[in-house]
Design a protein around this ligand. Structure first.
Ligand code: CAA
Length: 424
């Protein structure tokens, strides 16, 4: 039966087109990614053979519009691919998705010339991209960054450092955010497309990580790095923070999909193991305690998956609650990933703790998904801020809530005092 594709059905069913992407990604994941996952985790090296396989399967440009050489797929297409890859290896899931993160600033804010120049190369998998926002002293508080960019003739001179740059070293292109106007509050930051090999642009410390070990995470250094003015994103200074936030709105469903993939992959292993492992003369899958664990894991995976689909749909349709939906999906699905992968290790028991078995890697890979692209504490803050904004649409409920009175206190004064407190 053909899957319906309409506004109502989108959150529950995938279109035929999306299913094709899903099947293609599943095939690559099972043929190429799963057999190599443990090797590259141990080596902590970039798996170039897997990257070539992803490009050969035509997966690298799915999120890039057709007019710039991509497949013109949707955010949902991107998410189902990330889920399938992450089911086999969380590192490969991000290795793939980080190129979307790095190229979204170009898509949302680049000039026509910049898009034409870079996006087709990314779509063909010829150039890898990284996203340089965080710094040692500016993680959650991304706006507090210090990397400086000063205009000088036909160039901008960049000085400073970036931290936790995923894909750094492997990538050919870097979307780097820097302060162009320290005196401005809302137009302080601009984004630049920095090509590998630009004089003064260096890869610094290469991190030794708990999980996603096949993808490099590095520090970036700009030391009088001369970036051509034509590489200022969008050709106008001061829009970097906005473009970073818009990028994260588009990218967070992908991190959520990574969480779903990790959780679903770990659940499948737990199902197989529980049905094979005999204790007390019976398969442990026949014990109610294990059954409850498996059932809870499955419910949470499916709920997270539906939230990924719903958030991808919100991004695609530019729904007014996109930011909230993306944050909810990212937060929920990656919390599910942590819980489900830890429970899968528990079901494997002593074997789950050992590196001979594939399951402990899922738990290690899952941890970072609660941290990067905005910690889950930041996601909850974003969700709550949006919930508070939505109160403006709920005035019809006001009359149902009694206002208490107390002698000597005017309730309106309390509301006014709270407003002053919030704005200070
Ligand atoms: N879309 C468009 N504009 C937005 C926006 C959005 N979703 N969110 C905020 N903005 C705009 C605001 O409208 C505001 O604009 P004006 O100044 O013109 O009014 C401006 O941005 C500042 O907004 P806030 O006051 O809300 O900003 P804030 O300083 O309070 O920070 C934050 C908000 C949500 C905490 C943000 O700093 C944030 O998301 N932090 C987390 C950073 C993050 O996710 N880092 C991830 C790094 S990438 C990574 O991890 C990748 C990897 O390794 C794979």
């Amino acid at each position: 039966m053909a899957a319906p594709r309409d506004e109502a059905g989108m959150s529950a069913y995938l279109s035929n087109e999306t299913r094709k992407w899903q099947e293609r990604a599943r095939e690559v994941a099972n043929r190429l990614v799963r057999p190599l996952a443990a090797k590259y985790d141990r080596l902590q090296e970039y798996p170039w053979e897997i990257k070539e396989g992803l490009a050969a399967a035509g997966l690298t440009g799915v999120w890039i519009p057709r007019e710039y050489g991509g497949a013109g797929g949707s955010i949902l297409d991107l998410c189902v691919i990330v889920e399938e890859l992450s089911k086999a290896c969380g590192g490969v899931g991000v290795l793939f998705a980080v190129n979307a993160l790095g190229s979204f600033p170009l898509i949302v804010g680049g000039t026509e010339e910049q898009k034409k120049r870079y996006l087709p190369l990314i779509a063909r998998g010829e150039k890898l991209v990284a996203f340089g926002l965080s710094e040692k002293y500016a993680g959650s508080d991304a706006g507090g960054m210090r990397m400086r960019a000063i205009e000088s003739g036909k160039h901008y001179i960049l000085n400073g450092e970036k931290k936790w740059n995923t894909n750094g070293g492997a990538a050919d292109l870097y979307t780097v955010f820097a302060v162009t106007d320290p005196t401005s509050r809302s137009r302080r930051i601009s984004a630049f497309i920095v090509e590998k090999g630009t004089p003064g642009f260096k890869i610094g410390k290469v991190e030794d990580k708990m999980g996603i070990r096949c993808v490099p995470v590095v520090e970036l250094e700009a030391d009088d790095c001369r970036v051509p003015a034509e590489n200022l994103l969008g050709g106008k200074a001061g829009f970097g923070f906005k473009h970073a936030m818009m990028t994260l709105d588009r990218a967070r469903p992908g991190v959520a999909a990574q969480g779903v993939g990790l959780a679903a992959g770990a659940l499948e292993f737990a199902q197989v193991y529980a049905n094979r492992r005999i204790q007390f003369g019976a398969k442990i899958s026949s014990f109610q305690m294990i059954q409850q664990m498996l059932a809870d894991m499955a419910m949470k995976v499916e709920a997270a998956r539906q939230l990924v689909y719903a958030s991808a749909w919100a991004v695609e349709t530019e729904a007014p609650d996109t930011t909230k939906m993306a944050a909810m999906a990212k937060c929920f699905a990656t919390d599910v990933a942590m819980e489900v992968t830890a429970n899968a290790v528990q079901i494997f028991g002593g074997y789950g703790f050992m590196r001979d078995y594939p399951i402990e890697k899922y738990m290690r890979d899952a941890k970072i998904t609660q941290i990067y692209e905005g910690t889950n504490q930041v996601q909850r803050m974003v969700i709550a801020r949006n919930l508070i904004k939505e109160v403006g649409q709920l005035t019809h409920l006001e009359s149902y809530i009694p206002v208490e009175t107390q002698r000597g206190v005017n309730p309106e004064d309390l509301v006014a005092a709270e407003a002053v407190g919030q704005s200070s």
